[in-house]
Design a binder for this molecule. Structure first.
Ligand code: ADP
Length: 567
Protein backbone atom coordinates (compact mmCIF):
# COMPACT_ATOMS: atom_id res chain seq x y z
CA UNK A 1 0.00 0.00 0.00
CA UNK A 2 1.33 3.42 -0.87
CA UNK A 3 1.38 6.08 1.85
CA UNK A 4 -1.46 8.56 1.31
CA UNK A 5 -0.48 12.04 0.27
CA UNK A 6 -1.80 14.34 3.01
CA UNK A 7 -2.84 17.93 2.47
CA UNK A 8 -0.46 20.48 3.90
CA UNK A 9 -2.85 22.93 5.52
CA UNK A 10 -3.04 23.92 9.20
CA UNK A 11 -4.84 21.41 11.38
CA UNK A 12 -6.72 24.03 13.43
CA UNK A 13 -9.47 22.30 15.45
CA UNK A 14 -13.06 23.43 14.99
CA UNK A 15 -13.86 24.51 18.55
CA UNK A 16 -16.93 26.31 19.85
CA UNK A 17 -14.76 28.94 21.59
CA UNK A 18 -13.34 29.96 18.19
CA UNK A 19 -16.80 31.29 17.22
CA UNK A 20 -16.94 33.80 20.07
CA UNK A 21 -13.22 34.57 19.79
CA UNK A 22 -13.85 35.49 16.13
CA UNK A 23 -16.78 37.78 17.00
CA UNK A 24 -14.89 39.40 19.86
CA UNK A 25 -11.83 40.09 17.68
CA UNK A 26 -13.54 41.10 14.45
CA UNK A 27 -17.01 42.30 15.48
CA UNK A 28 -15.91 43.47 18.92
CA UNK A 29 -18.27 46.44 19.07
CA UNK A 30 -21.36 44.62 17.72
CA UNK A 31 -24.09 44.66 20.35
CA UNK A 32 -25.85 41.95 22.32
CA UNK A 33 -29.05 43.35 23.82
CA UNK A 34 -31.04 41.45 26.47
CA UNK A 35 -34.31 42.03 28.24
CA UNK A 36 -33.35 40.96 31.72
CA UNK A 37 -35.32 38.96 34.27
CA UNK A 38 -34.48 41.82 36.66
CA UNK A 39 -36.75 43.99 34.46
CA UNK A 40 -34.37 46.29 32.59
CA UNK A 41 -32.62 46.11 29.20
CA UNK A 42 -28.93 45.17 29.24
CA UNK A 43 -26.54 46.06 26.41
CA UNK A 44 -22.95 45.11 25.79
CA UNK A 45 -20.73 43.82 22.98
CA UNK A 46 -19.21 40.58 21.73
CA UNK A 47 -15.92 41.75 23.25
CA UNK A 48 -17.54 42.11 26.69
CA UNK A 49 -19.27 38.77 26.22
CA UNK A 50 -16.02 36.92 25.58
CA UNK A 51 -14.31 38.51 28.58
CA UNK A 52 -17.15 37.49 30.88
CA UNK A 53 -17.36 33.99 29.35
CA UNK A 54 -13.67 33.63 30.25
CA UNK A 55 -14.38 34.84 33.80
CA UNK A 56 -17.08 32.18 34.05
CA UNK A 57 -14.69 29.51 32.74
CA UNK A 58 -12.14 30.55 35.40
CA UNK A 59 -14.85 30.45 38.09
CA UNK A 60 -16.02 26.97 37.09
CA UNK A 61 -12.48 25.62 36.94
CA UNK A 62 -11.85 27.10 40.40
CA UNK A 63 -14.91 25.17 41.59
CA UNK A 64 -13.26 21.98 40.36
CA UNK A 65 -15.15 21.52 37.10
CA UNK A 66 -13.09 19.53 34.61
CA UNK A 67 -13.18 18.91 30.88
CA UNK A 68 -16.04 16.53 30.06
CA UNK A 69 -18.11 17.54 33.12
CA UNK A 70 -21.67 18.57 32.35
CA UNK A 71 -23.00 21.97 33.47
CA UNK A 72 -26.79 22.32 33.36
CA UNK A 73 -28.71 25.51 32.58
CA UNK A 74 -32.32 26.43 33.33
CA UNK A 75 -32.53 29.80 31.64
CA UNK A 76 -34.29 32.07 29.15
CA UNK A 77 -32.59 33.73 26.20
CA UNK A 78 -30.21 36.30 27.60
CA UNK A 79 -26.58 37.41 27.73
CA UNK A 80 -25.68 35.34 30.81
CA UNK A 81 -27.02 32.23 29.12
CA UNK A 82 -24.87 33.06 26.08
CA UNK A 83 -21.84 33.45 28.36
CA UNK A 84 -22.60 29.99 29.75
CA UNK A 85 -22.70 28.53 26.21
CA UNK A 86 -19.05 29.62 25.84
CA UNK A 87 -17.76 29.72 29.44
CA UNK A 88 -18.39 25.97 29.76
CA UNK A 89 -17.49 24.58 26.32
CA UNK A 90 -14.49 26.94 26.08
CA UNK A 91 -12.41 24.84 28.50
CA UNK A 92 -13.88 21.46 27.53
CA UNK A 93 -16.90 21.21 29.88
CA UNK A 94 -20.27 20.38 28.31
CA UNK A 95 -23.10 22.92 28.17
CA UNK A 96 -26.30 21.06 29.00
CA UNK A 97 -29.37 23.22 28.35
CA UNK A 98 -32.50 21.96 30.12
CA UNK A 99 -36.07 22.78 29.17
CA UNK A 100 -37.64 24.34 32.30
CA UNK A 101 -41.15 23.78 30.91
CA UNK A 102 -40.89 20.02 31.43
CA UNK A 103 -42.40 18.44 34.54
CA UNK A 104 -40.04 18.67 37.57
CA UNK A 105 -39.76 14.85 37.72
CA UNK A 106 -38.64 14.80 34.09
CA UNK A 107 -36.11 17.58 34.72
CA UNK A 108 -34.73 15.71 37.75
CA UNK A 109 -34.41 12.60 35.58
CA UNK A 110 -32.50 14.60 32.95
CA UNK A 111 -30.17 16.29 35.48
CA UNK A 112 -29.38 12.92 37.06
CA UNK A 113 -28.98 11.12 33.74
CA UNK A 114 -26.64 13.84 32.49
CA UNK A 115 -24.88 13.79 35.90
CA UNK A 116 -24.68 17.58 35.93
CA UNK A 117 -21.96 18.97 38.26
CA UNK A 118 -23.46 22.45 38.62
CA UNK A 119 -26.74 23.93 37.40
CA UNK A 120 -27.04 27.62 36.49
CA UNK A 121 -30.55 29.05 36.66
CA UNK A 122 -32.48 32.24 36.03
CA UNK A 123 -34.13 33.56 39.19
CA UNK A 124 -37.59 32.88 37.69
CA UNK A 125 -36.79 29.20 38.31
CA UNK A 126 -35.82 29.52 41.98
CA UNK A 127 -38.95 27.69 43.17
CA UNK A 128 -38.36 24.96 40.59
CA UNK A 129 -34.77 24.53 41.82
CA UNK A 130 -36.09 24.10 45.37
CA UNK A 131 -38.19 21.18 44.12
CA UNK A 132 -35.34 19.70 42.06
CA UNK A 133 -32.42 20.01 44.48
CA UNK A 134 -33.51 17.25 46.92
CA UNK A 135 -34.01 14.90 43.93
CA UNK A 136 -30.58 15.64 42.43
CA UNK A 137 -28.04 14.74 45.12
CA UNK A 138 -25.05 14.64 42.75
CA UNK A 139 -25.30 18.29 41.76
CA UNK A 140 -22.48 20.03 43.66
CA UNK A 141 -23.96 23.50 43.47
CA UNK A 142 -26.79 25.66 42.10
CA UNK A 143 -25.83 29.05 40.68
CA UNK A 144 -28.43 31.85 40.34
CA UNK A 145 -27.75 33.93 37.23
CA UNK A 146 -27.97 37.29 38.98
CA UNK A 147 -26.09 39.60 41.34
CA UNK A 148 -26.08 39.51 45.14
CA UNK A 149 -28.78 42.21 45.32
CA UNK A 150 -31.31 40.10 43.37
CA UNK A 151 -30.64 36.71 44.98
CA UNK A 152 -34.01 34.98 45.49
CA UNK A 153 -35.09 33.55 48.84
CA UNK A 154 -34.72 29.78 48.54
CA UNK A 155 -34.51 26.66 50.63
CA UNK A 156 -31.60 25.50 48.42
CA UNK A 157 -28.14 26.91 49.09
CA UNK A 158 -27.37 28.81 45.88
CA UNK A 159 -24.52 31.10 44.92
CA UNK A 160 -24.62 34.27 42.83
CA UNK A 161 -23.31 34.15 39.27
CA UNK A 162 -22.09 37.75 39.40
CA UNK A 163 -20.32 37.18 42.70
CA UNK A 164 -18.51 34.19 41.21
CA UNK A 165 -17.48 36.12 38.10
CA UNK A 166 -16.24 39.07 40.16
CA UNK A 167 -13.52 36.86 41.65
CA UNK A 168 -11.85 36.42 38.25
CA UNK A 169 -10.31 38.73 35.68
CA UNK A 170 -10.92 36.93 32.38
CA UNK A 171 -7.18 36.93 31.58
CA UNK A 172 -7.11 33.44 30.15
CA UNK A 173 -6.63 31.88 26.71
CA UNK A 174 -9.10 29.30 25.50
CA UNK A 175 -7.26 25.98 25.38
CA UNK A 176 -6.92 24.04 22.13
CA UNK A 177 -9.30 21.10 22.36
CA UNK A 178 -9.81 17.98 20.31
CA UNK A 179 -12.67 18.95 17.99
CA UNK A 180 -14.29 15.55 18.49
CA UNK A 181 -14.79 16.18 22.21
CA UNK A 182 -18.31 16.77 23.48
CA UNK A 183 -19.47 20.40 23.67
CA UNK A 184 -23.24 20.53 24.15
CA UNK A 185 -25.94 18.19 25.41
CA UNK A 186 -29.67 18.48 24.63
CA UNK A 187 -32.41 16.05 25.56
CA UNK A 188 -35.39 15.29 23.33
CA UNK A 189 -38.67 16.29 24.92
CA UNK A 190 -39.61 12.64 25.35
CA UNK A 191 -43.25 12.66 24.32
CA UNK A 192 -42.95 8.89 24.51
CA UNK A 193 -40.69 7.27 27.10
CA UNK A 194 -37.84 8.95 28.91
CA UNK A 195 -36.01 11.89 27.33
CA UNK A 196 -32.88 10.92 25.42
CA UNK A 197 -29.67 12.93 25.22
CA UNK A 198 -28.03 14.12 22.01
CA UNK A 199 -24.37 14.88 22.74
CA UNK A 200 -22.91 17.25 20.15
CA UNK A 201 -19.19 17.66 19.53
CA UNK A 202 -17.20 20.85 18.93
CA UNK A 203 -16.75 19.74 15.34
CA UNK A 204 -20.45 19.02 14.73
CA UNK A 205 -21.47 22.29 16.39
CA UNK A 206 -19.10 24.43 14.33
CA UNK A 207 -19.97 22.64 11.08
CA UNK A 208 -23.66 23.11 11.86
CA UNK A 209 -23.08 26.82 12.53
CA UNK A 210 -21.29 27.12 9.16
CA UNK A 211 -24.11 25.31 7.39
CA UNK A 212 -26.83 27.29 9.16
CA UNK A 213 -25.21 30.58 8.14
CA UNK A 214 -25.20 29.86 4.40
CA UNK A 215 -27.42 32.21 2.38
CA UNK A 216 -29.77 29.42 1.32
CA UNK A 217 -29.96 28.03 4.86
CA UNK A 218 -30.77 30.42 7.72
CA UNK A 219 -28.68 33.05 5.97
CA UNK A 220 -27.57 35.08 8.98
CA UNK A 221 -25.35 38.06 8.24
CA UNK A 222 -23.40 40.85 9.92
CA UNK A 223 -26.07 43.14 8.44
CA UNK A 224 -28.74 41.52 10.63
CA UNK A 225 -30.17 42.28 14.03
CA UNK A 226 -31.34 38.83 15.13
CA UNK A 227 -33.97 38.05 17.75
CA UNK A 228 -34.15 34.31 18.47
CA UNK A 229 -37.57 33.61 19.98
CA UNK A 230 -36.79 29.90 19.86
CA UNK A 231 -35.44 29.26 23.35
CA UNK A 232 -31.76 28.63 24.03
CA UNK A 233 -32.98 25.60 26.01
CA UNK A 234 -34.52 24.11 22.85
CA UNK A 235 -31.82 22.55 20.64
CA UNK A 236 -29.44 25.47 21.19
CA UNK A 237 -31.97 27.95 19.75
CA UNK A 238 -31.50 26.20 16.40
CA UNK A 239 -27.80 27.13 16.40
CA UNK A 240 -28.30 30.92 16.40
CA UNK A 241 -26.03 31.49 19.45
CA UNK A 242 -23.27 29.87 17.38
CA UNK A 243 -24.13 31.22 13.92
CA UNK A 244 -24.55 34.85 15.08
CA UNK A 245 -20.96 35.23 16.36
CA UNK A 246 -19.72 33.33 13.29
CA UNK A 247 -21.35 35.89 11.01
CA UNK A 248 -21.10 38.93 13.29
CA UNK A 249 -24.86 39.47 13.54
CA UNK A 250 -26.27 41.66 16.34
CA UNK A 251 -28.17 39.59 18.92
CA UNK A 252 -31.37 40.61 20.71
CA UNK A 253 -32.61 38.38 23.54
CA UNK A 254 -36.24 38.61 24.72
CA UNK A 255 -35.78 37.04 28.18
CA UNK A 256 -38.97 35.56 29.57
CA UNK A 257 -41.45 37.93 27.86
CA UNK A 258 -42.61 35.97 24.82
CA UNK A 259 -46.10 37.47 24.44
CA UNK A 260 -46.92 39.21 21.15
CA UNK A 261 -46.81 42.77 22.53
CA UNK A 262 -43.42 42.40 24.27
CA UNK A 263 -41.86 40.73 21.22
CA UNK A 264 -43.21 43.36 18.85
CA UNK A 265 -41.98 46.26 20.99
CA UNK A 266 -38.50 44.77 21.34
CA UNK A 267 -38.32 44.07 17.59
CA UNK A 268 -39.17 47.67 16.81
CA UNK A 269 -36.86 49.16 19.47
CA UNK A 270 -33.84 47.13 18.35
CA UNK A 271 -34.64 47.36 14.62
CA UNK A 272 -34.69 43.57 14.36
CA UNK A 273 -34.37 42.25 10.79
CA UNK A 274 -34.39 38.52 11.49
CA UNK A 275 -36.20 36.20 13.87
CA UNK A 276 -36.90 32.50 14.43
CA UNK A 277 -39.48 30.51 16.35
CA UNK A 278 -42.18 27.84 16.45
CA UNK A 279 -45.65 28.53 14.96
CA UNK A 280 -47.41 28.87 18.37
CA UNK A 281 -45.29 31.88 19.29
CA UNK A 282 -46.03 33.57 15.98
CA UNK A 283 -49.76 33.09 16.54
CA UNK A 284 -49.46 35.37 19.59
CA UNK A 285 -47.42 37.93 17.67
CA UNK A 286 -49.76 38.01 14.67
CA UNK A 287 -52.77 38.37 16.98
CA UNK A 288 -51.13 41.36 18.63
CA UNK A 289 -50.37 43.00 15.27
CA UNK A 290 -53.97 42.56 14.17
CA UNK A 291 -55.51 43.82 17.41
CA UNK A 292 -53.16 46.79 17.75
CA UNK A 293 -53.36 47.60 14.01
CA UNK A 294 -49.55 47.85 13.72
CA UNK A 295 -46.93 46.57 11.24
CA UNK A 296 -43.23 45.73 11.39
CA UNK A 297 -40.93 48.51 10.28
CA UNK A 298 -37.66 46.54 10.08
CA UNK A 299 -38.35 42.78 10.22
CA UNK A 300 -37.44 41.13 6.88
CA UNK A 301 -37.15 37.38 7.45
CA UNK A 302 -38.23 34.78 9.97
CA UNK A 303 -37.51 31.08 10.28
CA UNK A 304 -40.52 29.00 11.28
CA UNK A 305 -40.07 25.37 12.29
CA UNK A 306 -40.38 22.88 15.12
CA UNK A 307 -43.79 21.92 13.78
CA UNK A 308 -45.39 22.51 10.39
CA UNK A 309 -45.92 26.17 9.53
CA UNK A 310 -49.61 26.51 8.58
CA UNK A 311 -49.93 27.95 5.04
CA UNK A 312 -52.32 30.60 6.42
CA UNK A 313 -49.53 31.89 8.68
CA UNK A 314 -47.03 31.92 5.84
CA UNK A 315 -49.44 33.90 3.70
CA UNK A 316 -50.19 36.41 6.45
CA UNK A 317 -46.50 37.08 7.13
CA UNK A 318 -45.68 37.49 3.45
CA UNK A 319 -48.71 39.22 2.03
CA UNK A 320 -49.89 41.38 4.93
CA UNK A 321 -46.61 42.16 6.68
CA UNK A 322 -44.04 41.76 3.87
CA UNK A 323 -41.90 39.32 5.91
CA UNK A 324 -40.20 36.40 4.15
CA UNK A 325 -40.96 33.13 5.94
CA UNK A 326 -38.26 30.45 5.80
CA UNK A 327 -39.99 27.18 6.64
CA UNK A 328 -37.46 24.80 8.20
CA UNK A 329 -37.40 21.24 9.46
CA UNK A 330 -35.06 19.55 11.87
CA UNK A 331 -34.81 17.76 15.18
CA UNK A 332 -32.75 17.55 18.37
CA UNK A 333 -30.89 14.55 16.94
CA UNK A 334 -29.79 16.74 13.99
CA UNK A 335 -28.38 19.73 15.90
CA UNK A 336 -31.20 20.55 14.66
CA UNK A 337 -31.21 21.87 11.07
CA UNK A 338 -32.01 19.57 8.14
CA UNK A 339 -34.02 21.33 5.45
CA UNK A 340 -35.17 24.85 4.59
CA UNK A 341 -37.69 25.97 1.98
CA UNK A 342 -35.65 28.45 -0.06
CA UNK A 343 -36.19 28.58 -3.80
CA UNK A 344 -33.60 28.26 -6.55
CA UNK A 345 -33.37 30.84 -9.30
CA UNK A 346 -35.34 28.57 -11.62
CA UNK A 347 -38.06 27.89 -9.04
CA UNK A 348 -38.49 31.60 -8.45
CA UNK A 349 -39.36 32.05 -12.16
CA UNK A 350 -42.44 29.83 -11.75
CA UNK A 351 -45.98 31.09 -11.18
CA UNK A 352 -46.72 32.65 -7.75
CA UNK A 353 -48.97 29.71 -6.98
CA UNK A 354 -46.24 27.14 -7.65
CA UNK A 355 -43.75 29.15 -5.59
CA UNK A 356 -46.20 29.34 -2.71
CA UNK A 357 -46.69 25.56 -2.79
CA UNK A 358 -42.92 25.00 -2.59
CA UNK A 359 -42.54 27.41 0.34
CA UNK A 360 -45.24 25.56 2.24
CA UNK A 361 -43.10 22.41 2.18
CA UNK A 362 -40.13 21.89 4.51
CA UNK A 363 -37.71 22.37 1.64
CA UNK A 364 -34.29 21.35 0.42
CA UNK A 365 -31.52 19.79 2.54
CA UNK A 366 -28.51 21.92 3.35
CA UNK A 367 -25.02 20.65 2.55
CA UNK A 368 -24.05 18.42 5.47
CA UNK A 369 -27.30 16.44 5.56
CA UNK A 370 -28.41 13.70 3.19
CA UNK A 371 -31.93 12.28 3.26
CA UNK A 372 -34.01 9.46 1.81
CA UNK A 373 -37.50 8.03 2.25
CA UNK A 374 -37.99 4.29 2.59
CA UNK A 375 -40.99 1.98 2.51
CA UNK A 376 -41.88 -0.75 5.02
CA UNK A 377 -39.40 -3.08 3.29
CA UNK A 378 -36.55 -0.59 3.80
CA UNK A 379 -36.27 0.08 0.05
CA UNK A 380 -35.90 3.63 -1.27
CA UNK A 381 -39.14 5.30 -2.41
CA UNK A 382 -39.24 7.54 -5.49
CA UNK A 383 -38.96 11.34 -5.22
CA UNK A 384 -42.26 12.05 -6.94
CA UNK A 385 -44.05 14.08 -4.25
CA UNK A 386 -46.64 11.30 -3.92
CA UNK A 387 -45.03 8.22 -2.37
CA UNK A 388 -44.59 8.70 1.36
CA UNK A 389 -42.45 6.72 3.74
CA UNK A 390 -40.06 6.85 6.69
CA UNK A 391 -37.54 9.65 6.50
CA UNK A 392 -33.90 8.72 7.17
CA UNK A 393 -30.96 11.15 7.39
CA UNK A 394 -27.20 11.15 7.82
CA UNK A 395 -24.37 13.64 8.08
CA UNK A 396 -21.67 15.09 10.33
CA UNK A 397 -24.17 16.84 12.65
CA UNK A 398 -26.62 13.91 12.85
CA UNK A 399 -26.62 11.72 15.98
CA UNK A 400 -24.67 8.44 15.96
CA UNK A 401 -25.99 7.19 19.31
CA UNK A 402 -27.78 8.61 22.35
CA UNK A 403 -25.86 9.73 25.43
CA UNK A 404 -25.15 6.82 27.77
CA UNK A 405 -26.78 4.27 25.52
CA UNK A 406 -24.93 1.46 23.81
CA UNK A 407 -27.60 0.51 21.31
CA UNK A 408 -27.22 2.13 17.92
CA UNK A 409 -30.40 3.80 16.62
CA UNK A 410 -29.06 3.67 13.05
CA UNK A 411 -30.41 1.54 10.21
CA UNK A 412 -27.73 0.78 7.59
CA UNK A 413 -25.81 3.87 8.72
CA UNK A 414 -28.84 6.19 8.48
CA UNK A 415 -30.78 7.76 11.36
CA UNK A 416 -34.53 7.04 11.19
CA UNK A 417 -36.18 10.34 12.11
CA UNK A 418 -39.61 8.95 13.05
CA UNK A 419 -41.13 11.36 10.52
CA UNK A 420 -43.16 10.33 7.51
CA UNK A 421 -42.57 12.38 4.38
CA UNK A 422 -42.67 12.77 0.62
CA UNK A 423 -39.83 14.20 -1.48
CA UNK A 424 -40.73 15.75 -4.84
CA UNK A 425 -38.83 16.09 -8.10
CA UNK A 426 -37.48 19.46 -6.89
CA UNK A 427 -35.91 17.52 -3.96
CA UNK A 428 -38.28 19.36 -1.62
CA UNK A 429 -39.22 17.51 1.54
CA UNK A 430 -42.80 17.53 2.78
CA UNK A 431 -43.40 16.17 6.27
CA UNK A 432 -46.81 14.52 6.38
CA UNK A 433 -46.69 13.30 9.98
CA UNK A 434 -44.78 11.88 12.90
CA UNK A 435 -44.98 8.14 12.20
CA UNK A 436 -47.01 7.66 15.38
CA UNK A 437 -49.52 10.38 14.42
CA UNK A 438 -50.29 9.16 10.92
CA UNK A 439 -53.92 8.12 10.41
CA UNK A 440 -54.33 4.74 8.77
CA UNK A 441 -57.68 4.61 7.04
CA UNK A 442 -58.40 1.32 5.29
CA UNK A 443 -54.65 0.66 5.02
CA UNK A 444 -54.04 4.10 3.51
CA UNK A 445 -52.28 7.01 5.20
CA UNK A 446 -53.92 10.34 5.80
CA UNK A 447 -51.64 13.26 6.66
CA UNK A 448 -52.91 14.84 9.87
CA UNK A 449 -50.81 17.96 9.12
CA UNK A 450 -52.59 18.53 5.80
CA UNK A 451 -55.99 18.12 7.42
CA UNK A 452 -55.04 20.59 10.19
CA UNK A 453 -53.71 23.14 7.73
CA UNK A 454 -57.09 23.35 6.00
CA UNK A 455 -58.88 23.86 9.33
CA UNK A 456 -56.48 26.61 10.44
CA UNK A 457 -57.17 28.51 7.22
CA UNK A 458 -60.80 28.98 8.36
CA UNK A 459 -61.20 32.47 9.87
CA UNK A 460 -63.14 31.16 12.89
CA UNK A 461 -60.45 28.62 13.86
CA UNK A 462 -57.71 29.52 16.34
CA UNK A 463 -56.05 26.08 16.49
CA UNK A 464 -56.83 22.55 15.28
CA UNK A 465 -55.53 19.04 15.74
CA UNK A 466 -56.40 16.00 13.66
CA UNK A 467 -56.11 12.60 15.34
CA UNK A 468 -56.95 9.01 14.53
CA UNK A 469 -60.21 7.69 15.95
CA UNK A 470 -61.00 4.00 15.84
CA UNK A 471 -63.49 2.87 13.22
CA UNK A 472 -65.08 -0.59 12.75
CA UNK A 473 -64.68 -0.63 8.98
CA UNK A 474 -61.61 1.49 8.20
CA UNK A 475 -59.65 0.79 11.44
CA UNK A 476 -59.00 4.52 11.82
CA UNK A 477 -60.67 7.67 10.58
CA UNK A 478 -59.75 11.32 11.19
CA UNK A 479 -61.33 13.28 14.03
CA UNK A 480 -60.79 17.04 14.03
CA UNK A 481 -60.44 18.80 17.39
CA UNK A 482 -60.91 22.57 17.10
CA UNK A 483 -60.37 25.62 19.29
CA UNK A 484 -62.55 28.47 17.98
CA UNK A 485 -61.41 32.08 17.95
CA UNK A 486 -63.03 34.08 20.78
CA UNK A 487 -66.66 34.95 19.87
CA UNK A 488 -66.45 33.12 16.53
CA UNK A 489 -69.45 31.26 15.27
CA UNK A 490 -68.65 27.86 13.78
CA UNK A 491 -70.61 24.63 13.62
CA UNK A 492 -69.49 21.10 12.87
CA UNK A 493 -71.21 21.23 9.48
CA UNK A 494 -69.61 24.58 8.56
CA UNK A 495 -66.21 23.14 9.36
CA UNK A 496 -66.77 20.00 7.30
CA UNK A 497 -68.21 21.95 4.36
CA UNK A 498 -65.02 24.03 4.34
CA UNK A 499 -63.07 20.93 3.32
CA UNK A 500 -64.99 20.45 0.06
CA UNK A 501 -62.59 20.66 -2.86
CA UNK A 502 -59.56 21.28 -0.63
CA UNK A 503 -58.47 17.68 0.08
CA UNK A 504 -59.38 14.24 -1.29
CA UNK A 505 -62.89 13.34 -0.13
CA UNK A 506 -61.68 10.44 2.00
CA UNK A 507 -59.30 12.76 3.91
CA UNK A 508 -62.22 14.89 5.19
CA UNK A 509 -62.62 14.27 8.95
CA UNK A 510 -65.56 12.11 10.00
CA UNK A 511 -66.35 14.33 12.95
CA UNK A 512 -65.47 17.64 14.58
CA UNK A 513 -65.35 18.39 18.30
CA UNK A 514 -64.82 21.82 19.86
CA UNK A 515 -62.60 22.30 22.92
CA UNK A 516 -61.37 25.31 24.92
CA UNK A 517 -57.69 24.51 24.48
CA UNK A 518 -55.35 21.89 23.06
CA UNK A 519 -52.54 20.21 25.02
CA UNK A 520 -48.98 21.21 24.05
CA UNK A 521 -45.58 19.73 24.80
CA UNK A 522 -42.89 21.72 26.56
CA UNK A 523 -41.62 22.82 23.16
CA UNK A 524 -44.99 24.04 21.92
CA UNK A 525 -45.94 21.04 19.77
CA UNK A 526 -49.43 19.56 19.83
CA UNK A 527 -49.57 16.66 22.25
CA UNK A 528 -51.52 14.24 20.14
CA UNK A 529 -50.92 11.29 22.44
CA UNK A 530 -52.89 13.10 25.16
CA UNK A 531 -55.66 13.97 22.70
CA UNK A 532 -55.87 10.39 21.46
CA UNK A 533 -56.24 9.23 25.08
CA UNK A 534 -58.92 11.83 25.74
CA UNK A 535 -60.97 10.86 22.68
CA UNK A 536 -60.26 7.13 22.83
CA UNK A 537 -63.94 6.35 23.39
CA UNK A 538 -65.29 8.94 20.97
CA UNK A 539 -67.85 7.37 18.67
CA UNK A 540 -67.74 8.70 15.12
CA UNK A 541 -71.15 9.15 13.47
CA UNK A 542 -69.81 7.16 10.49
CA UNK A 543 -69.06 4.23 12.80
CA UNK A 544 -72.75 3.93 13.57
CA UNK A 545 -73.69 3.87 9.89
CA UNK A 546 -71.03 1.74 8.27
CA UNK A 547 -72.95 1.12 5.06
CA UNK A 548 -73.18 4.83 4.27
CA UNK A 549 -69.64 5.80 5.07
CA UNK A 550 -69.05 9.36 3.89
CA UNK A 551 -66.25 8.54 1.48
CA UNK A 552 -65.71 6.31 -1.46
CA UNK A 553 -63.76 3.12 -0.94
CA UNK A 554 -62.32 3.10 -4.45
CA UNK A 555 -60.94 6.61 -4.09
CA UNK A 556 -59.43 5.62 -0.78
CA UNK A 557 -57.45 2.90 -2.40
CA UNK A 558 -56.21 4.91 -5.35
CA UNK A 559 -53.16 6.14 -3.48
CA UNK A 560 -52.05 2.66 -2.47
CA UNK A 561 -51.84 1.76 -6.16
CA UNK A 562 -49.81 4.82 -7.01
CA UNK A 563 -47.44 4.05 -4.16
CA UNK A 564 -47.03 0.39 -5.05
CA UNK A 565 -46.64 1.02 -8.76
CA UNK A 566 -43.85 3.50 -8.26
CA UNK A 567 -41.92 1.75 -5.55
P1 ADP B 1 -38.73 16.71 20.32
O1 ADP B 1 -37.75 16.88 21.41
O2 ADP B 1 -40.16 16.99 20.63
O3 ADP B 1 -38.53 15.54 19.40
P2 ADP B 1 -37.58 18.28 18.32
O4 ADP B 1 -37.49 19.73 18.30
O5 ADP B 1 -36.37 17.47 18.22
O6 ADP B 1 -38.34 18.00 19.58
O7 ADP B 1 -38.68 17.83 17.29
C1 ADP B 1 -38.39 17.26 16.09
C2 ADP B 1 -39.66 16.92 15.36
O8 ADP B 1 -40.49 18.08 15.20
C3 ADP B 1 -39.40 16.46 13.96
O9 ADP B 1 -39.00 15.11 13.93
C4 ADP B 1 -40.75 16.71 13.31
O10 ADP B 1 -41.67 15.71 13.62
C5 ADP B 1 -41.21 17.98 13.98
N1 ADP B 1 -40.91 19.13 13.12
C6 ADP B 1 -39.88 19.99 13.21
N2 ADP B 1 -39.96 20.94 12.26
C7 ADP B 1 -41.06 20.67 11.52
C8 ADP B 1 -41.69 21.28 10.37
N3 ADP B 1 -41.23 22.37 9.80
N4 ADP B 1 -42.81 20.69 9.91
C9 ADP B 1 -43.32 19.59 10.46
N5 ADP B 1 -42.78 18.98 11.54
C10 ADP B 1 -41.67 19.51 12.07
Amino acid sequence: MTTPLYGQMMDVPLTVSSLLAHASRHFGTTEIVSKRIEGDVHRYTYRDCERRAKQLAQALMALGVEAGDRIGTLAWNGYRHLETYYGTTGFGAVCHTINPRLFPDQIAYIVNHADDRYVLFDITFAALVDVLAPQCPNVRGWIAMTDEAHMPRMSTAASSYEALLAQHDGAFDWPELDERCASNLCYTSGTTGNPKGALYSHRSTVLHAFGASLPDAMGLSARDSVLPVVPMFHVNAWGIPHAAPLTGAKLVFPGKDLDGKSLYELMEAERVTYSAGVPTVWLGLLNHLREAGVKFSTLQRTVIGGSACPPAMLKMFQEVYGVEVIHAWGMTEMSPLGTLAKLTWEQSQRSPDEQRKLREKQGHVMYGVDMKIVGDDGRDLPWDGVAFGDLHVRGPWVIDRYFRSDASPLVDGWFPTGDVATIDKDSFLNITDRSKDVIKSGGEWISSIDVENVAIAHPAVAEAACIACSHPKWTERPLLVVVKRPDADLTRDDMLAFYEGKVAKWWIPDDVVFVDELPHTATGKLQKLKLRERFRDHVLPSALDIENCPFDEKEGHALRHVKTDLS
